[in-house]
Design a protein around this ligand. Structure first.
Ligand SMILES: [Cu+2]
Length: 138
């Protein structure tokens, strides 16, 4: 009987060790995936400008220096995102830190630009110049 109890305790101890290893192994990746999803969602919510029905939304976005802003075209016709500084100044005068121009964005295409310096960046769609927006970098 004593042998049986000892054997049982040994088995129970083994189970306790294996459970203490397996549970974190299972939970670790789940928590990691949840954190990754949360950080992606937070970035998307704050730094995305959507293009819908010939309109940039939000029309004015304020971000910190170093922020990447992503424009996504949800219309079924192409749009371009062009900084006014880039469009209207001669090449010699364009401040490269403050100039951006996307390619033509088809449906669900996106364009990202990282704002490395502070300032107000007016932009418009080169195909439909009445479409305007603004990014304020502080
Ligand atoms: Cu357009």
């Amino acid at each position: 009987m004593r042998i049986l109890i000892t054997h049982f305790r040994a088995a129970a101890a083994r189970f306790a060790i294996s459970r203490s290893v397996i549970v974190p192994m299972l939970i670790g990746p789940i928590i990691g995936a949840m954190l990754a999803a949360a950080s992606v969602a937070a970035q998307d919510a704050t730094n995305v400008v959507t293009i819908d029905n010939f309109t940039f939304t939000p029309p004015e976005l304020t971000v910190a220096v170093g922020t990447t802003v992503k424009w996504v075209n949800h219309d079924d016709i192409p749009h371009l995102v062009v900084n006014k500084d880039k469009a209207f100044r001669s090449k010699a005068l364009v401040n490269k830190d403050k100039a951006f121009r996307s390619k033509a964005l088809d449906t669900d295409d996106s364009f990202s630009y990282t704002f490395a310096s502070a300032g107000t960046f007016d932009y418009f769609c080169a195909l439909h110049p009445h479409m305007v927006g603004k990014v304020i970098v502080k």
